[in-house]
Every structure is written in C-alpha cells, then in structure tokens.
Design a protein around this ligand. Structure first.
Ligand code: SF4
Ligand code: FES
Length: 239
C-alpha cells in the first residue's frame, strides 16, 4: 500500500514545487500560479485527456504529456511554454477552428489569439456540420459547434447525474454526441437537469430561451416554443 503522505518534488518552468504523490501536472502548476490551457478538462468532470491542448514538455521526452491526466514525477523538469508545446497547442487550435464553428466559444477564441493561431491555415478542411436539434422545451443542441470535449456525457453519467442519456454516435471524423439510438431527448432517459448545458464550453448546448432570442423570436414565440407540448416556431431565417 502506498504512503498517502508521500510527496514528489519537481521543477515547473524553473520553479521548484512539492506536491502530494498523484497530483496532476495541471494542478501542480496551478498551485504556483502557472495556468495551463484546457478545453476538455473541467473541474466537475473526470479528466480524460481528449483535446491535448494542455500538453507540456516533461524532461524533453519524445512525446508531450497531457497535463490534465499526467501525474507529477519526482525530479522531473516540466516546461509548460516551450516552443514545441506552443507549436503543438497552436496546431490543435488551428485544426479545431478549421472544422468546428467556434463563434460562440469565447475561451477557445482567446486561446486562438494567445497562441497566434492562423485561422486560415487549413482553408480546404471539411467542416463538421449538423442540423440544429430542437426537440424539447428546455434546451437546443447544435453539434456544428461541438468540440467533442465529452463534458456533457460525463456529467450525464458517473460524474454527476447518473442518467446516461448522452453517448456518442458514428466514428472518427463523424463522431457526434447523441442519445442512444439517436432518439429525441424526450424519448431518452434525460431528466432535463441542465448540467450538460452548464459544462458545455461552446454554444453547442444552449437554453431554449437564449437560443430563441438569438433567432429573433418574440416573447409569444418563446412562450410557445418552451411549452411542454408545443409546435416549434420557425427560425428567423425561415428554416
Ligand atoms: S455538446 Fe458541448 S459539452 Fe458536449 S461534447 Fe460537445 S462541446 Fe463538449
Ligand atoms: S485539457 Fe487536457 S487533454 Fe484536454
């Protein structure tokens, strides 16, 4: 059995830090005021190392390590802003921007600016598009804005609600968040707790009222569109 009081000491960006064994590099860096960018990580969900924007250099190893899941190792030297790290983060952000509508993802937009990402780097890239899902009175899903961070799936499952309404469909580039068998939300196990909307870092999940206002709905249309039994008003552009 391991010693629960055991600590490890390492250097992060030239600063010595001692943390309990098992601490992630992300948390160790944070404890000394060094911010590492994240997208898929959220403090309310289990870190899963999906987006790779948090990568750091550990002992100039062959592979960069995702700081949200990699734990601190005694005697190592970690660099959170080496040229290799910055290039990797920039490329990830550029690829994300090339495929996903990030227009309502302010934190990711800030990262694009901070890492001087070239928003035109992949001009011919295929876009991830999806029709807006408006199938319930509470919230709307627009997966053309989804970065597949998995946070919504996690809070719907063991990290919070234990409802398991959300999962994924398809594979590879066409992977998409979905209900089981892609049934409309009212026909799934969803209890409309709203936790998925709360952790979504983009505009992919949005309260129905907010979405309706963006579409130019009147208050009467909003009242109608958010009734339990309702006919969805048409979008402002007539779709
Ligand atoms: S819908 Fe939002 S929370 Fe869910 S995977 Fe997509 S971006 Fe993440
Ligand atoms: S924040 Fe670490 S992999 Fe996404």
């Amino acid at each position: 059995m391991g010693d629960e009081n055991a600590t490890v000491t390492l250097m992060i960006d030239g600063h010595e830090v001692t943390v309990p064994e098992g601490t992630t590099i992300l948390d160790a860096a944070k404890s000394i005021g060094i911010d590492i960018p994240v997208i898929c990580y959220h403090e309310a969900t289990t870190a899963n190392g999906l987006c790779r924007v948090c990568v750091v250099d550990v002992d100039e190893g062959r592979l960069l390590q995702p700081a949200c899941v990699a734990t601190c190792q005694n005697g190592t030297q970690v660099s959170t802003r080496s040229a290799r790290v910055e290039r990797s983060r920039r490329t990830i952000l550029e690829m994300l921007h090339s495929a996903v509508d990030l227009g309502q993802a302010p934190e990711i937009q800030s990262l694009l600016d901070e890492y001087q990402a070239d928003r035109e780097r992949f001009p011919g890239a295929e876009r991830r598009t999806a029709p807006v899902r408006d199938d319930n009175p509470f919230y709307v899903r627009d997966y053309s804005q989804c970065v597949l961070c998995w946070r919504c799936v996690q809070v719907c499952a063991e990290d919070a609600q234990y409802t398991f309404a959300l999962t994924f469909s398809e594979r590879g580039f066409h992977t998409q968040i979905s209900t089981a068998f892609d049934v409309p939300l009212p026909g799934s196990s969803c209890v409309f707790c709203g936790q998925c909307v709360g952790v979504c870092p983009t505009g992919a999940l949005k309260p129905k009222i907010e979405w309706g206002l963006e579409q130019g709905w009147s208050w009467d249309q909003i009242r109608e569109g958010t009734r339990r039994e309702r006919k969805a008003p048409r979008r402002a552009n007539g779709d």
